[in-house]
Write a protein that binds this ligand. Structure first.
Ligand code: PLP
Length: 391
């Protein structure tokens, strides 16, 4: 446990919320959650379930059978992956699916290749399972995408798995399908497992499109765990429903693990998720349009700030600019030694919260979630820009 640190995204969010609770007008770019309400038909399905005593009880640890079946159907519809309900475990958010996956396949001493910048919880989960993180650094120069050369350099006798995410949190990078396929083939060639996090599958923009690795490389299926959930596509972060798709024997183990730790996900939340995955994608499309508009806006506003350099996000809802041009400068009387210093001063002085890159394994960068209203987005980046200009 001494190896594990607090999630920095949660920490900055908590600090911003505490300031807000004390009456400060804080604009938060910290949290990774859509600002839209959960669509009505989903809320109504859950509300109805609360009055049905059948949903006041435990479900099987692996999830409601009808939800597991509906997830299999939705997976075929959205990413063309053929899976059976027996390969699915319904989990407390995508987060628990990732944790279960690490516990299921990573043995003490195993190495897991993890491209940086990474989502904050991956390295901690790998370590909780006793694994070693082998980080490979990606930057704007490759569009924040790992190359086969880098993967090959990171591979060793103890390599067990690759943690893969596209679209990415925090960079917004989306791997084109030929690269997804090449990476999948490389994993098959070397007997390496892939945990592929598809939680942002519906949020890609412009010419960038999502591609599912086990669809492009079917031979990977026996060593692949897909992670997904309703949080991002249906504005359901608080409902806590995700899932894993894995080979049936691994799924059995993950169900056992879950049966001794958390048991089933809230029954009523599972009914909500059932309504989400069985329904159409209209709400997701509407949100994607709003995010796309904000993506363009934040990209251009951040690039207008002297010392800030922003790669255009291709998916998810995060901008991940370099703030290296601000390091060494004095802002509000404090010399900026790191992105952490910058986040602290900007929150204190401009009442604008963003997450410093250190937590994503990328010092010198900052993550701005653009899942907030257009007005707040302009106001927030404006305040940040003003503070820099006046310093
Ligand atoms: N994977 C990625 C890349 C994420 O960004 C997040 C949430 O921020 C998750 C998984 C976890 O999502 P959930 O809320 O379903 O646990």
């Amino acid at each position: 446990m001494t190896q594990i640190t607090e999630s920095p995204t949660m920490a900055i969010d908590a600090k911003a919320k505490a300031l807000k609770a004390a009456g400060a007008n804080v604009i938060g770019f910290g949290a990774g959650e859509p600002d839209f309400p959960t669509p009505d038909h989903i809320v109504e399905a859950a509300a109805k379930a609360t009055h049905n005593t059948a949903y006041h009880r435990y479900t099987p640890a692996g999830g409601l059978p009808e939800l597991r079946a509906a997830i299999a159907t939705k997976t075929k519809r959205d990413s063309e992956l053929d899976v059976g309900a027996e390969q699915i475990v319904v989990t407390n958010g995508g987060k628990q699916a990732l944790y279960n996956a690490c516990m299921a396949i990573v043995d003490p001493g195993d190495e897991v290749i993890l491209p940086t910048p990474y989502w904050v919880s991956y390295p901690e989960m790998i370590r909780l399972a006793g694994g070693e993180v082998v980080a490979i650094e990606t930057t704007e120069t490759t569009g924040f995408r790992a190359t086969l050369d880098q993967l090959e350099q990171a591979r060793g006798d103890k390599t067990k798995a690759l943690m893969f995410t596209s679209p990415s949190n925090p960079t917004g990078a989306v791997y084109p399908s030929d690269e997804v396929e090449a990476i999948g083939r490389w994993c098959v060639e070397h007997g390496i497992w892939v945990i592929t996090d598809e939680i942002y599958e519906h949020l890609t923009y412009g010419e960038h499109t999502f591609a599912s690795m086990p669809v492009l490389v079917p031979e990977l299926a026996e060593r692949c765990i897909v992670v997904n959930g309703v949080a991002k596509a249906y504005a359901m972060t608080g409902w806590r429903v995700g899932w894993s798709i894995a080979p049936a024997d691994v799924t059995k183990k993950m169900v056992s693990l879950q049966s001794h730790t958390t048991s089933n996900v809230s029954n009523v939340a599972q009914v909500a998720a059932l309504a989400a995955v069985s329904g159409d994608l209209e709400a997701a499309k509407m949100m994607r349009e709003a995010f796309d508009r904000r993506r363009k806006k934040i990209h251009s506003l951040l690039n207008d700030i002297d010392g800030v350099d922003c790669y255009e996000p291709e998916g998810a809802f995060y901008a991940f600019p370099s703030v290296k041009g601000l390091l060494g400068r004095t802002i509000a009387g404090v010399t900026m030694g790191s992105a952490l210093d910058l986040a602290d001063v900007v929150l204190g002085e401009a009442r604008v919260a963003f997450v410093p890159g250190e937590g994503f394994g990328a010092p010198g960068y900052a993550r701005f979630s653009y899942a907030l209203s257009d007005d707040d987005l302009e106001e927030g980046v404006g305040r940040f820009a003003e503070l820099i200009k006046s310093s």
